[in-house]
Each structure stands twice: as structure tokens, then as C-alpha cells.
Ligand binder design. Sequence first.
Ligand code: COA
Length: 259
Amino acid sequence: MSDVLLVEKLEGRIALLTINRPDKMNALNGEVRKALFETFRQLASDDDVRVVVITGAGEKAFIAGADIAEFKDARAVEQYRSMQAGNIYSLMEEFPKPIIAMINGFCLGGGCELAMACDMRIASVKARLGQPEVNLGIIPGGGGTQRLPRLVGEGHAMRLIMSGAMIGGEEAARIGLVEQVYPPEELREATLTLARTIGSRSPIALQAAKETILAARRMPLDEGLKFERAWFGMLFATDDKDEGVGAFLDKREPQFRGS
Ligand code: COA
């Protein structure tokens, strides 16, 4: 296991990933990206894990962005290639299980982009979120210009990306950048409670939900509805459907096996 990414398996089939560079506000460097890549690849086929929660170590930061020190001597072609090769954001969207961002502090630049590549975002009221790349003479490069307007609308995306301003957790919830906010001392339990609930559901149904909801971004409505119907029909071939329906009719809790 890498020191810069802590991986804990918690009760409820949860994997808790903690980016662990608190002295650098958990900035994403090459080592963290590599560890995230390897960890998501392993967790994809780990049947003990049904949901992933990702957060930052310490009290101050979720992730304060890409490691700016690595930008200093980077040139165009090598930066373009490294973004292409190291696209953790797309990997997370393709990951077949739900991912929850637990945003405990500064969530900036590549950190905000990583949170947006998660399936949902739960934040502390003390979190500070933003896309401050313009302050460095660049723009978001990890999907910010594409995922932010889809979440908050074009106007708020323009405002945040063009001003580089940071907003608090409550404003982020109001505009749709995060789904829920909690006082810092309640954030972990509230997030893990949600994760446990999701982790108790059928893993195949969860994968179907993730794939169909994400498809809504790229498919016209008629294609999306067809895609949904195909997944819906396919789920009737699973043991988990028989278990879920049977448990409801027998008035007992279902035990989903993911088959
Ligand atoms: N990349 C590299 N190092 C970073 C970093 C980043 N994105 N964000 C913070 N750090 C480092 C600081 O350089 C500092 O390191 P040092 O102690 O070795 O000097 C350490 O983390 C603590 O940060 P500091 O700036 O002293 O804390 P602060 O509380 O005064 O400010 C922030 C916190 C997050 C507002 C500020 O660090 C910041 O603006 N960071 C950059 C955010 C950004 O532009 N991200 C997008 C990058 S594309």
C-alpha cells in the first residue's frame, strides 16, 4: 500500500480512500494519481467492496488541486500526454461501483474535478470549493469545463472558472455542486451512513444505475430510454432480482450476492 493513499475497508462493504499529503493540502501529484489508478483497478474486481468513499487526510483539505510544483517545468506536449495517460477522472466514471466524495476542506482545481468525477458529493459546511486555475494562467484540465456546467449550469460554471473564486459548502449545495452539507463533526458519520445504505443494495443494480444515469449526459433522450430498458430487462436475468423481489414478498431483508 502507498503512503500517499490510505485504503481502509470498513464495515458495510465500504472502501475508504484517504489522500494522505496533509502538509501539501493533499495536492495531487504523480504518485497520488498512480496510487489512485492502481487502487481503483484492484477495487473494481474486489467483491468485498460495493462502494468507495474518497476523502483527504487532516482537517484542512480534501484536495487543494494538482501539485503546482509539477507544473513549473512542464511543457505543452508532455503535459498533454500525461493528462491523457493519467486520466483518473474518466477511470472513476468507468469504475463499476458508486464513489462518494467526502469533502472535508479545500476542494480546488483538480480536487474539485476529482470530486465531480465521483458519483455524489457530501461536504462539510467549512469546505471551500473552486476552480482557481485562471490564477495560474491556465484553465481546468481534468474535466472542470465539462462536468461543472453539467452540475451547476453554464452561468455558475463561467462565474467560478473565470473568477477563480472559492465558495463555501452551503453555496456549493445551493447551486448543485455538492448534494448535501454537514457540520464538520457530523460529516464522516453522515457520509458513511449513506455509503452503508448504498452498499446494502444489489451491486449489479448499482452498476446499472451508475451506467444509465451517466449515459444521460451523452445520449439523446430516446437513446437513453432504450439503454435504460436494456439494462432493466437484463436485471430480470439476475439472482439479485429474484432475491430482492422474494425478500419483499416474504417480508424479510434481502441478501444480495451480486450475481
Ligand atoms: N500544489 C502544491 N502545493 C500546494 C498546493 C497545490 N495545489 N496547495 C497547497 N500546497 C502547499 C503549499 O505550497 C504549502 O506548502 P509549504 O508549507 O511547503 O509551503 C502547503 O501546501 C500549505 O499551503 P498554504 O498555502 O501555506 O496554506 P493556506 O492555508 O495559507 O492556503 C490554500 C491554502 C489551499 C488556499 C492555498 O494553499 C492555495 O491557494 N493552494 C493552491 C490552490 C490551487 O490553485 N489549486 C489549483 C491547482 S491547478
